[in-house]
Design a protein around this ligand. Structure first.
Ligand SMILES: C[S@@+](CC[C@H](N)C(=O)[O-])C[C@H]1O[C@@H](n2cnc3c(N)ncnc32)[C@H](O)[C@@H]1O
Length: 256
């Protein structure tokens, strides 16, 4: 309580009628990265008590839906669902309610145990579910903001986000408490490619790229394959997917 009294964001939220000091985090993130546009449909995961929902409602004239395992007091013009963001039924409900989704936000946090690595792992589990949620609901070009507690699995999560968004940044808003381990992963411009990391294909090398890798195509999508020459037929595993190309690694060379 004493801490709160001296917290300028807590005081400002009280004065300005926001349900949480977290509202100022979303304002800063959205203004800096142009996350919510005027008529966007926005889904907020882990939305209670509703500070982010209030901000989203102010930023867009589109639909705003909030999801939380805890109840959310009604907010005018906002639809709320009491549901677990990790459940596939939650994805289906949102698809039914909203059709096109332009922005997926996630400020969800596990109940903290105080054990750093355990809390980090649970936060990553929520963030990965939110990323899957975003991939299943976002329209092409959509945006994603997700809270994660820092730790050794953060880099892997960022790598996964880069497989789906053209721009990925990690950002700490001013309103995040100094002692907090939280950061926000911001994904801009959602893209869908016909292939995913881990997919396997047998391909023929059709030419050479500028950097000396062989070039193959999967459904017209360019795949660079190191250590190959035109005419090679190789079995590859996809290691990286970018918006306009992928990289594969040979698992087997085959004779033509
Ligand atoms: C930090 S609060 C969110 C604050 C909110 N952004 C605001 O501005 O008011 C985190 C929320 O995540 C919710 N949460 C945690 N795990 C969840 C899950 N699996 N599904 C949905 N909500 C979850 C919690 O119930 C909690 O309300």
């Amino acid at each position: 309580m004493v801490k709160r009294k001296y917290d300028p964001y807590y005081k400002q939220a009280k004065k300005e009628g926001y349900r949480s000091r977290a509202a100022y985090k979303l304002m800063e993130i959205s203004e800096r990265f142009y996350i919510i546009e005027e008529d966007d449909n926005v889904v907020d995961l882990g939305a209670a008590p509703g500070g982010w929902l209030q901000v989203a409602r102010e930023f867009t004239t589109g639909r705003v839906v909030g999801i939380d395992i805890s109840p959310i007091e009604p907010i005018e013009g906002v639809l709320t669902l009491r549901a677990d963001l990790r459940e596939s039924s939650t994805v289906s409900k949102v698809q039914e309610l909203m059709g096109e989704v332009d922005v997926v936000l996630c400020d969800a946090a596990p109940n903290l145990s105080g054990a750093w690595s355990y809390d980090h792992a649970r936060s990553i589990e929520l963030a990965e579910s939110a990323l899957m949620f975003a991939c299943e609901t976002l329209s092409i070009g959509g945006n994603f903001v997700c809270k994660v507690f820092q730790g050794d699995m953060l880099d892997e999560f960022i790598k996964k986000a880069r497989e789906h968004f053209r721009i990925v940044r990690v950002f700490t808003p001013k309103a995040s408490r100094k002692e907090s381990a939280e950061v926000y992963v911001v994904g801009k411009d959602y893209f869908r490619s016909p292939i995913n990391v881990g997919d396997m294909f047998t391909v023929e090398i059709l030419g050479m790229g500028k950097e000396g890798d062989g070039i193959a195509k999967v459904e017209d999508f360019v795949v660079f394959v190191p250590d190959t020459s035109p005419g090679d037929r190789v079995r590859i595993k996809i290691k990286k997917v970018a918006p306009s190309y992928a990289k594969g690694e040979i698992t087997k060379k085959r004779n033509m």
